[in-house]
Ligand binder design. Structure first.
Ligand code: PRP
Ligand code: HPA
Length: 176
Protein backbone atom coordinates (compact mmCIF):
# COMPACT_ATOMS: atom_id res chain seq x y z
CA UNK A 1 0.00 0.00 0.00
CA UNK A 2 1.16 3.49 -0.98
CA UNK A 3 1.66 5.78 2.03
CA UNK A 4 0.59 8.72 -0.16
CA UNK A 5 -2.82 7.09 -0.66
CA UNK A 6 -3.03 6.35 3.07
CA UNK A 7 -2.60 10.09 3.73
CA UNK A 8 -5.29 10.93 1.16
CA UNK A 9 -7.68 8.42 2.72
CA UNK A 10 -7.06 9.85 6.20
CA UNK A 11 -8.35 13.24 4.99
CA UNK A 12 -11.53 11.98 3.25
CA UNK A 13 -14.35 12.93 5.61
CA UNK A 14 -17.45 10.81 6.13
CA UNK A 15 -20.81 12.56 6.36
CA UNK A 16 -23.62 10.25 7.52
CA UNK A 17 -27.09 11.01 6.11
CA UNK A 18 -25.90 13.40 3.39
CA UNK A 19 -27.49 14.36 1.06
CA UNK A 20 -30.26 12.02 2.25
CA UNK A 21 -30.93 9.73 5.23
CA UNK A 22 -29.01 6.46 4.88
CA UNK A 23 -26.31 7.82 2.54
CA UNK A 24 -22.73 7.95 3.85
CA UNK A 25 -21.13 10.75 1.83
CA UNK A 26 -17.35 10.66 1.28
CA UNK A 27 -16.05 14.24 0.98
CA UNK A 28 -12.79 14.76 -0.94
CA UNK A 29 -12.56 18.52 -0.38
CA UNK A 30 -10.47 18.24 2.84
CA UNK A 31 -7.78 16.66 0.62
CA UNK A 32 -7.75 19.74 -1.62
CA UNK A 33 -7.33 21.97 1.44
CA UNK A 34 -4.00 20.24 2.17
CA UNK A 35 -1.62 21.12 -0.66
CA UNK A 36 1.03 18.52 0.21
CA UNK A 37 -1.49 15.68 0.22
CA UNK A 38 -3.38 17.01 -2.82
CA UNK A 39 -0.05 17.07 -4.69
CA UNK A 40 0.64 13.47 -3.64
CA UNK A 41 -2.80 12.43 -4.92
CA UNK A 42 -2.16 14.12 -8.28
CA UNK A 43 1.28 12.47 -8.47
CA UNK A 44 -0.30 9.03 -7.95
CA UNK A 45 -2.99 9.75 -10.55
CA UNK A 46 -0.35 10.79 -13.11
CA UNK A 47 1.66 7.62 -12.35
CA UNK A 48 -1.47 5.50 -12.83
CA UNK A 49 -2.23 7.07 -16.21
CA UNK A 50 1.40 6.58 -17.32
CA UNK A 51 1.25 2.91 -16.25
CA UNK A 52 -2.21 2.01 -17.59
CA UNK A 53 -2.43 4.28 -20.63
CA UNK A 54 1.08 5.28 -21.75
CA UNK A 55 -0.28 6.32 -25.16
CA UNK A 56 -2.94 8.70 -23.76
CA UNK A 57 -3.69 11.70 -25.97
CA UNK A 58 -6.54 13.42 -24.11
CA UNK A 59 -7.77 13.53 -20.52
CA UNK A 60 -11.55 13.84 -20.12
CA UNK A 61 -13.00 15.02 -16.79
CA UNK A 62 -16.61 14.54 -15.69
CA UNK A 63 -18.65 17.44 -14.31
CA UNK A 64 -18.12 18.57 -11.71
CA UNK A 65 -15.55 16.90 -9.51
CA UNK A 66 -13.64 15.33 -12.40
CA UNK A 67 -12.71 18.93 -13.24
CA UNK A 68 -10.71 19.19 -10.00
CA UNK A 69 -8.20 16.56 -11.12
CA UNK A 70 -8.28 16.24 -14.91
CA UNK A 71 -6.60 19.48 -16.01
CA UNK A 72 -3.66 19.11 -13.58
CA UNK A 73 -3.08 15.52 -14.73
CA UNK A 74 -3.27 16.58 -18.38
CA UNK A 75 -0.68 19.34 -17.88
CA UNK A 76 1.75 16.93 -16.21
CA UNK A 77 1.35 14.49 -19.14
CA UNK A 78 1.60 17.25 -21.74
CA UNK A 79 -1.75 16.29 -23.23
CA UNK A 80 -5.03 18.14 -23.62
CA UNK A 81 -8.10 18.21 -21.38
CA UNK A 82 -11.75 18.19 -22.41
CA UNK A 83 -14.86 18.33 -20.19
CA UNK A 84 -17.97 16.17 -20.20
CA UNK A 85 -20.70 18.58 -19.07
CA UNK A 86 -24.34 18.45 -18.15
CA UNK A 87 -26.60 19.56 -21.00
CA UNK A 88 -26.80 23.14 -22.19
CA UNK A 89 -23.43 24.33 -20.89
CA UNK A 90 -21.16 23.84 -23.91
CA UNK A 91 -21.24 25.87 -27.16
CA UNK A 92 -20.85 24.63 -30.73
CA UNK A 93 -21.46 21.20 -32.21
CA UNK A 94 -22.16 18.62 -29.52
CA UNK A 95 -22.67 14.91 -29.06
CA UNK A 96 -24.87 13.81 -26.17
CA UNK A 97 -25.95 10.79 -24.15
CA UNK A 98 -28.70 10.25 -21.59
CA UNK A 99 -27.79 8.64 -18.28
CA UNK A 100 -29.58 7.27 -15.26
CA UNK A 101 -29.68 9.11 -11.96
CA UNK A 102 -31.19 7.92 -8.72
CA UNK A 103 -34.41 9.68 -9.76
CA UNK A 104 -34.90 10.15 -13.50
CA UNK A 105 -32.24 10.87 -16.11
CA UNK A 106 -29.89 13.65 -17.17
CA UNK A 107 -27.91 14.37 -20.34
CA UNK A 108 -24.13 14.62 -20.73
CA UNK A 109 -22.53 16.52 -23.60
CA UNK A 110 -19.11 16.97 -25.21
CA UNK A 111 -17.90 19.31 -27.92
CA UNK A 112 -17.30 17.26 -31.08
CA UNK A 113 -14.30 19.40 -32.02
CA UNK A 114 -12.43 18.19 -28.91
CA UNK A 115 -12.03 14.65 -30.29
CA UNK A 116 -10.18 13.00 -33.15
CA UNK A 117 -11.07 9.56 -34.59
CA UNK A 118 -9.28 6.79 -32.72
CA UNK A 119 -7.76 9.16 -30.18
CA UNK A 120 -6.73 7.52 -26.89
CA UNK A 121 -8.74 9.01 -24.03
CA UNK A 122 -8.50 8.56 -20.26
CA UNK A 123 -11.61 9.53 -18.26
CA UNK A 124 -11.08 10.97 -14.77
CA UNK A 125 -13.61 11.44 -11.97
CA UNK A 126 -13.60 11.68 -8.19
CA UNK A 127 -15.83 8.73 -7.41
CA UNK A 128 -17.45 5.59 -8.84
CA UNK A 129 -20.78 4.79 -7.16
CA UNK A 130 -23.45 3.00 -9.25
CA UNK A 131 -21.29 3.44 -12.36
CA UNK A 132 -24.07 5.09 -14.36
CA UNK A 133 -22.06 8.27 -14.81
CA UNK A 134 -18.86 6.53 -15.97
CA UNK A 135 -20.78 4.16 -18.26
CA UNK A 136 -22.50 7.10 -19.96
CA UNK A 137 -19.22 8.97 -20.33
CA UNK A 138 -17.65 5.92 -22.02
CA UNK A 139 -20.61 5.70 -24.42
CA UNK A 140 -20.32 9.39 -25.23
CA UNK A 141 -16.60 9.20 -26.02
CA UNK A 142 -17.28 6.15 -28.20
CA UNK A 143 -20.01 8.13 -30.04
CA UNK A 144 -17.51 10.82 -31.06
CA UNK A 145 -15.18 8.14 -32.44
CA UNK A 146 -12.44 8.32 -29.81
CA UNK A 147 -11.16 5.36 -27.78
CA UNK A 148 -11.48 5.15 -23.98
CA UNK A 149 -8.35 3.31 -22.86
CA UNK A 150 -8.74 3.79 -19.09
CA UNK A 151 -11.12 5.16 -16.45
CA UNK A 152 -9.48 6.55 -13.30
CA UNK A 153 -11.33 7.48 -10.11
CA UNK A 154 -10.07 8.42 -6.66
CA UNK A 155 -12.82 6.57 -4.74
CA UNK A 156 -14.83 3.43 -5.55
CA UNK A 157 -17.87 2.45 -3.47
CA UNK A 158 -17.56 -1.29 -4.05
CA UNK A 159 -20.95 -2.33 -2.59
CA UNK A 160 -22.68 -0.57 -5.50
CA UNK A 161 -20.83 -2.71 -8.08
CA UNK A 162 -20.44 0.24 -10.45
CA UNK A 163 -17.39 -1.44 -11.95
CA UNK A 164 -19.64 -4.14 -13.45
CA UNK A 165 -21.40 -1.48 -15.60
CA UNK A 166 -18.16 -0.06 -16.99
CA UNK A 167 -16.87 -2.08 -19.94
CA UNK A 168 -13.51 -0.27 -20.09
CA UNK A 169 -10.51 -0.83 -17.78
CA UNK A 170 -11.11 1.04 -14.53
CA UNK A 171 -8.67 1.95 -11.74
CA UNK A 172 -9.64 3.24 -8.30
CA UNK A 173 -7.15 4.42 -5.68
CA UNK A 174 -9.32 4.09 -2.56
CA UNK A 175 -12.19 1.64 -1.97
CA UNK A 176 -14.92 1.63 0.65
C1 PRP B 1 -21.12 12.20 -8.36
C2 PRP B 1 -19.66 11.83 -8.50
C3 PRP B 1 -19.63 11.05 -9.78
C4 PRP B 1 -20.99 10.38 -9.80
C5 PRP B 1 -20.88 8.94 -9.42
O1 PRP B 1 -21.40 13.32 -9.17
O2 PRP B 1 -18.82 12.97 -8.54
O3 PRP B 1 -19.49 11.90 -10.93
O4 PRP B 1 -21.81 11.07 -8.83
O5 PRP B 1 -22.15 8.35 -9.31
P1 PRP B 1 -22.61 7.05 -10.11
O6 PRP B 1 -21.39 6.14 -10.21
O7 PRP B 1 -23.68 6.46 -9.24
O8 PRP B 1 -23.11 7.46 -11.44
P2 PRP B 1 -22.82 14.07 -9.14
O9 PRP B 1 -23.77 13.38 -10.08
O10 PRP B 1 -23.23 14.24 -7.73
O11 PRP B 1 -22.48 15.45 -9.84
P3 PRP B 1 -21.66 16.74 -9.34
O12 PRP B 1 -20.21 16.33 -9.18
O13 PRP B 1 -21.83 17.70 -10.49
O14 PRP B 1 -22.27 17.18 -8.07
N1 HPA C 1 -19.40 11.05 -2.03
C1 HPA C 1 -19.31 11.90 -3.04
N2 HPA C 1 -20.01 11.82 -4.15
C2 HPA C 1 -20.88 10.81 -4.27
C3 HPA C 1 -21.03 9.88 -3.26
C4 HPA C 1 -20.25 10.00 -2.09
O1 HPA C 1 -20.30 9.19 -1.14
N3 HPA C 1 -21.95 8.98 -3.70
C5 HPA C 1 -22.33 9.39 -4.94
N4 HPA C 1 -21.68 10.49 -5.28
Amino acid sequence: TDSRIERVKSLIKDHPDFPKPGILFRDIFPVLRNPAVFQELLDVMVEQVKAKAPNVELIVGLESRGFLFGPSIALKLNCGFAPVRKKGKLPGEKESVAYALEYGTDIFEVQKEAFKPGQSVVIVDDLLATGGTMKAACELIQKVGANVVECLVVIELTDLKGRDKVTKPCTSLITY
